[in-house]
Design a protein. Structure first.
Length: 213
């Protein structure tokens, strides 16, 4: 599986999912485990896609195509992983704060996080603090990701953070924030546990919050 990441990366950017499906089935026939194919093939391949997006050599339509193709590969592996009792790195709830209906950036973050091994719950857009609290009660995420693209909605993040911290929730998630107008200074100011400058950085920060190197 030494060259698997590059091969899967190329497959993820193929025009349809057939390439990834063929690669997954081929590796299974060659005797590689579902874990190996997921971690050394699909996940590493998607990580390269994310890096390309971060550096500007890969664009949004390609990232979305890669995510769709990765899901096709995951559909083959999922039953095998379930049999083995394989668990994700953690559960992440992602949502765009109240007053903001932008979701492309949030969705890309979710794709990269799935590709990094997390279970992701997409909570949607325009979410008020009380709805975030309800989602935490329902899904019990390890991490809550807050997104905002408008400067006018940035302070909504602080309201969500305050609502979570002052709540009676039995399990309170770590909170990571991101979005075009945000900075590390702003994230510190509102009390976030982490700040993701972009999708790849967000996934890396999520791993750090879970204590994963």
């Amino acid at each position: 599986m030494k060259e698997a990441a590059k091969v899967f990366y190329e497959g993820l950017l193929y025009k349809d999912a057939s390439k990834v499906k063929d690669l997954v089935n081929l590796k299974l026939k060659e005797g590689f485990s579902a874990d190996e194919i997921l971690n050394e093939g699909l996940t590493e391949g998607m990580y390269i896609v994310g890096r390309g997006f971060k550096e500007g050599s890969i664009y949004i339509p390609e990232v979305m195509m890669a995510a769709k193709n990765m899901q096709a590969g995951m559909d083959i592996l999922k039953p095998l992983l379930t049999e083995k009792g394989a668990k994700p790195l953690g559960r992440i709830g992602l949502g765009t704060v109240q007053g903001d209906i932008h979701d492309i950036g949030k969705n890309i973050v979710g794709m990269i996080m799935v590709g990094s091994g997390f279970e992701v719950i997409n909570l949607g857009v325009n979410i008020p603090p009380e709805k975030f609290i309800e989602a935490i009660e329902k899904y019990e995420p390890d991490i809550l990701g807050l997104s905002a693209l408008l400067t006018s909605t940035m302070m909504e993040m602080k309201k969500v953070i305050e609502a979570v911290r002052s709540s009676n929730l039995g399990k309170k998630p770590k909170i990571i924030v991101g979005g075009a107008p945000l900075t590390q200074e702003f994230a510190d100011e509102i009390g976030a546990d982490a700040y993701g400058k972009d999708a790849v950085s967000g996934a890396e920060k999520a791993k750090e919050l879970m204590g994963i190197k």
